[in-house]
Design a protein around this ligand. Structure first.
Ligand code: GLA
Length: 405
């Protein structure tokens, strides 16, 4: 199978170009969805998806993660209304949904709207007055495909909704409000990685987040290598209950070792408590402890432009997720193994929660096309599924795009 081309060119639009290319079509979509709109300024916000290079299932253990914000993003264009209604159009889905800011309820009919609804509720609970609006949401982040389109929708909506009131709210607050919306309103008990990556990513850099202190550092990605998202197209089944089970196992492990969180444990402490720990919990803890160490080693490797060490750590991360944390699946293993076998692959591993979804590979840029062709073909031969492999670039985090009109 040849690579899918609808993902477009690799280039990332700069701020000014972005304003020129994105705002006019979004303005048209807004007009088409809600009828006549005035010539007044509209608010356009953009928030990227994320792909995590290393540091998986560590965020909710107060540990370290190293995602990049992707060049694929969610855009929202909004214009104010004089009442308290929020009218939304999800352009990619061809669906609409409305709610009142005075009574924000969860919607079973339009589950996609629970992200904006949850964000609106959180922002108001924080004391930020919002105004009614009509808004179009459009995305080139693949939806429900393991690259955090949900965090991107949350951040884009949070930025647009606060911008419409003319009040500047720090991105940190918007990212935390988005996570709370997902935890408490949507009902997904995720960690902080996805919202932080979407908020604080930087072009050409990976973002290391200390999920305890929330301290952030950017590390330049080495030139000459491409980040390739390898979507298995295997739906993430039972992911939520298995995710919650892993979280509970980590908490039980930390408790048994007298640690506040697994962030505070190391292999020696694990060894000391070997006989107190259920063998499954021991393996879960071993993954988290070794994964935290791998993130720190990986950022050192980035600082030294040592791609081969970085790649080896990615591969070790996959094995640990597969054997100790048990969140891989046949499709993810097939994808990662096909990547490992391909020329020019520095490293590959599953990314995100696992149980289906995506892998990520770092690939020598000059081998990119051949890599995508070969891995797509081998993956299909071994699994009977057609995957979706596409390059992404590390991009800037969420922004409001100034309307050039
Ligand atoms: C999901 C969650 C994140 C993180 C990853 C696993 O993407 O949303 O917070 O826990 O899984 O690393």
């Amino acid at each position: 199978m040849s690579p899918r081309r609808e993902d477009g060119p690799l280039s990332l639009l700069s701020g000014t170009e972005e304003a020129r290319y994105r705002v006019a079509p979004l303005r048209e979509m807004l007009g088409a969805a809600f009828g006549q709109i005035g010539d007044g300024p509209i608010t356009v916000a953009r928030a990227p998806g994320r792909v995590n290079l290393i540091g998986e299932h560590t965020d909710y253990n107060d540990g370290f993660v190293l995602p990049v914000a992707m060049s694929q993003a969610v855009y929202i264009a909004a214009q104010p209304r004089s009442d308290r209604q929020v009218r939304l159009r999800a352009q990619n889905l061809g669906k609409s949904s409305s709610f009142s800011l005075d009574a924000v309820e969860r919607s079973d009919d339009a589950p996609w709207s629970n992200y904006p609804r949850g964000v609106a509720r959180e922002l108001q609970a924080m004391g930020h007055p919002l105004r009614g609006c009509e808004a179009v949401i459009w995305s080139d982040v693949p939806i429900a495909a393991g690259v955090s389109s949900s965090a991107a929708i949350e951040l884009a909506c949070a930025l647009a909704m606060t911008n419409l009131t003319g009040v500047w709210v720090p991105l940190l607050d918007l990212a935390l409000a988005s996570q709370r919306a997902e935890n408490q309103f949507v009902g997904v008990s995720c960690g902080i990685m996805d919202q932080f990556a979407s908020a604080f990513g930087r072009a050409e850099h990976a973002l290391r987040i200390d999920c305890r202190s929330l301290e952030r550092h950017h590390f330049p990605l080495p030139a000459g290598c491409a980040v390739v998202v390898c979507d298995t197209r295997k739906p993430r089944e039972l992911a939520q209950s298995a995710y919650n089970e892993r979280r509970a196992q980590c908490e039980a492990g930390a408790r048994a070792m007298g640690a506040a969180a697994l962030r505070d444990a190391d292999l020696d402490l694990l060894e000391t408590h070997r006989s107190d720990l259920d063998p499954v919990i021991l393996r879960r803890c071993r993954h988290v402890v070794t994964e935290n160490a791998r993130v720190l080693a990986a950022t050192e490797a980035l600082e030294q432009s040592d791609l081969s060490t970085f790649g080896r750590l990615m591969n070790e991360s996959h094995r640990s997720l597969r054997d100790d944390y048990e969140v891989s699946c046949a499709e993810l293993d097939a994808m990662v193994e096909a990547a490992w076998e391909a020329d020019g692959c520095c490293g590959a591993r599953l990314t995100g929660a696992g149980f289906g979804g995506c892998a990520v590979a770092l690939v020598a840029a000059e081998r990119l096309e051949a890599f995508v062709d070969q891995v797509s073909r081998v993956y299909e031969q071994r699994t009977g599924r057609v995957g979706h492999l596409y390059p992404t670039q590390a991009a800037d985090g969420a922004v409001v795009i100034t309307d050039p009109e």
